[in-house]
Design a protein around this ligand. Sequence first.
Ligand SMILES: Cc1ncc(C[n+]2csc(CCOP(=O)(O)OP(=O)(O)O)c2C)c(N)n1
Ligand SMILES: [Mg+2]
Length: 376
Amino acid sequence: MTLLDLSARDREGKAATAVRPVWDSEPLRYLDEHGAPVEGGIRPTPALLDPGALLRGYRALRFARAFDTEATNLVMQGRLAVYPSCRGQEACEVAAVHALEEQDWLLPTYRDSAALVLRGIPAVDALTLLRGTWHCGYDPKQWRTMPQCTPLATQGPHAVGLGLAAKLAGDPAVALCFFGDGATSEGDFHEAANSAAVYQAPVVFLVQNNQYAISVPLHKQTHAISLADKASGYGMPGIRVDGNDLIAMNAVLAEAVQRARTGGGPTLIEAVTYRVQAHTNADDAARYRQSAEVEYWRRRDPIDRLGRYLTARGALDAAVEAEIDEECERYCEQMRAQFAEEPSYDADEMFEHVYDEMTPQLKAQREMLRAEEAAK
Ligand SMILES: Cc1ncc(C[n+]2csc(CCOP(=O)(O)OP(=O)(O)O)c2C)c(N)n1
Ligand SMILES: [Mg+2]
């Protein structure tokens, strides 16, 4: 039985109202909130349950959390201009990167900096955009990772283009595209989903439903119960999965990537998760949500859940935790040292690559900036 069969069975058991079908079932998962396998949960392949592989996944989660915490600190120290935290969403970041091979494309949003460092991009290069020193600090072709996208959903059509180009060239690459829940209201999301299905492009759409688009909760974003349900309108599989369960995320992504790679076309995955921090450091989340809600989700923390599971299986103990602590601390120390150095950049360059010929407005803005710099 594949994951899809399970998802379909789940739907059949649900009642419908007169207004709309209600699919209020729990997302697919392997672990319950305490880190124990759930009854009737998904059944990953033995390879996905290998303790060694899961411990590597756990290390990656801990690393992503440490990176995210350090980046948040760097904003407070004025070393980064802005930072959208992925705290609580690390299982999505780790599973996405682990599902890909070197030749595959990753299309991240501003919230997915952890995925960039998990792919191997040095932190100082991954955070260039958010430091505000340049548009992108790494070579997208070298890392097969597009620049982080701030305009919502515009990376969707790019993912389809990359996937389709690979398919036409006979290259077995897959494109994995991140979206937020709010981005599913954008035209680009729908155009990407439709064209990916029509052309059977090797694309995986991974929506991190973290319940909010800044201050807009999901129920004000969409009247649909499930974002994964949208997939059927385009003729592709849609899967709703617990985004705080690394084992379930790995299983669902492995299947979607395999389908894309072997000519089976795109998949839409809705990972149900939660943005534990504010939208960015410029946002005050206490103005639009209750602390009890945050607490509810903290109790479903992806790291704690996998940690408890691995501890119960004898694969994790205090000595391994201490080793991971030390590795993370060494990485963060390096980050602090790199960001303590003043970045060197030529602000003039920012105006140079927008148009072939600079517009009069851009020229005026450049002069304004030069005058401000000279007056310092
Ligand atoms: C096309 C576009 N419209 C509006 C914005 C402003 N904006 C930035 S982030 C954001 C919320 C996005 O929420 P979601 O897609 O759920 O992603 P999350 O931030 O929760 O990861 C909005 C509206 C934007 N960046 N791009
Ligand atoms: Mg969101």
